[in-house]
Design a protein around this ligand. Structure first.
Ligand SMILES: [Zn+2]
Length: 126
């Protein structure tokens, strides 16, 4: 289950952000999850809650938003949306040269309590 390695990676990012911003507790994490990573949300929640136990992010809520995938054709430069099992360029039929989006797990924003009265990692979208 690769969700565990994703959770470990997230936790490393969170600890760095928490250290930079004097965060004492993370309450909520907004996460962009690329569809190509094939993450099972429940599995990621379970993995993260295990990894986050005893850290600033213990008990934090995960808010996952799926990011659609995009690719750029290496042959003709066309940019197009890709499906999980369909990587071919619709214009020239070549395999995708470069995945532009949909293959990343990105921490978009955090809701935190800070020691120093500092702001959260990013502005909250709503
Ligand atoms: Zn093409």
């Amino acid at each position: 289950m690769h969700e565990m390695s994703i959770a470990v990676d997230m936790m490393q990012q969170l600890e760095r952000i928490a250290a930079e911003h004097g965060v004492s507790r993370v309450e909520r994490i907004e996460l962009e999850v690329g569809v190509l990573r094939l993450v099972v949300p429940e599995a990621l929640r379970d993995a993260f809650s295990a990894v986050a136990a005893g850290t600033v992010a213990e008990g934090a809520e995960l808010d996952m938003v799926e990011t659609p995938a995009r690719a750029r054709c290496g042959a003709c430069g066309e940019e197009y949306p890709v499906q999980v099992e369909e990587y071919l360029c619709p214009r020239c039929g070549q395999a995708a040269g470069q995945i532009l989006a949909g293959n990343d797990i990105i921490i978009r924003s955090l809701v935190c309590d800070s020691d120093g009265g500092g702001a959260a990692h990013e502005d909250q979208g709503g």
